[in-house]
Design a protein around this ligand. Sequence first.
Ligand code: NAP
Length: 341
Amino acid sequence: MTPLKFGIIGCSKIAKRSVIPAILESKFAELEIIGSRTSEKAKEFANEINCQKFGTYEDVISNDDVDAVYISTPIGTHEEWANKAMSAGKHVYCEKSSTYNLESAHNMVDNSKQNNVRLMEGFMFRFHSQHEKVLQLINDKKIGEIISFNSIFGFPAFPENDIRYTDKIGGGFLNDCGCYPICASRMIFNDEPISVFYSRQSNDPKTGVDIRGTSIIKYKNDKIATLAYGNGNFYQANYEVWGNKGLISLDRAYSVPPEFVTKVNLQYTVENNWDGRREQMFEIKPNNHFLKMIDAFCLDISGEKKSVFNFEDELLNQARVMEAHRLSDKSHKEEWISDIS
Ligand SMILES: NC(=O)c1ccc[n+]([C@@H]2O[C@H](COP(=O)([O-])OP(=O)(O)OC[C@H]3O[C@@H](n4cnc5c(N)ncnc54)[C@H](OP(=O)(O)O)[C@@H]3O)[C@@H](O)[C@H]2O)c1
């Protein structure tokens, strides 16, 4: 297939560290142009990664050679730039969280349909093969019937001037890292939740944005997900899937460097007593989930291979569960997904 040509909107840390290297490595993608709010930064960034073309965000969007745009600006600005790019006929790979409210998620997806372009939210972790192993163990009934999914994602505090501390541009850590375990619970249960009860644990004392929280998400058949996230914590990015006959756990579930060997740990029982407990560890070879996601995006768009995730449906379903968290934050009550359209 002819590689998809990417334009970059926003010279962000994540673009430089992970996404641009993956675009450069992909057989199905090419880097065309870098866009920044300031020409000096665009030039400097383009030089560093050896890209010949650079300019403003508008230059990226109006460039006829660009097929797809990667947006990694603050969350509160995603809708504006995604909509501008899609209206100009570009496919969009938008960083997570795609939005900070459900209305703008609907607006973005409607826009993608009207313009006949694709729109993907960048939850790259779903493309790491460690989760395929987990799903295979679940399908093989290694842990019996699933009862719950429990997950934590948190890390040491971001520096004071980080975008995540500014509420009006979509800051806060539910949007930034709480969204991962939410998305993972949907992927592992292969279902959408019934209800959400969210409790905000702490706010940043200077800016007031949420920095820690916990939620209980109910799924059909009495399945439940318990999740916690936090900024200013000891690093953890784990999940476990608890069944009536065993437990699967991962300790590096979300942010996995491409050279990292991950481990899927299975505990199970052969007899219903302490002596009957067994443990098995599966080492997962390093793989680059950013590269795999970009490949999946390009292959789906070109019609070569359908992605296992429907990009737009996934974005909307995730946005609905995020919205339930915001409603529960206000009401201090369990919020029902069926009440949220
Ligand atoms: N998938 C992942 O693993 C992952 C990891 C980290 C972050 N993210 C997501 O990626 C996005 C960027 O995160 P980051 O940590 O890389 O951010 P960052 O380094 O602060 O970069 C954000 C960029 O957005 C642009 N921007 C536009 N409007 C801005 C404004 N009002 N204030 C500040 N910057 C503005 C700036 O680029 P210009 O100056 O060039 O215009 C800036 O460099 C967020 O949506 C975040 O949730 C994803």
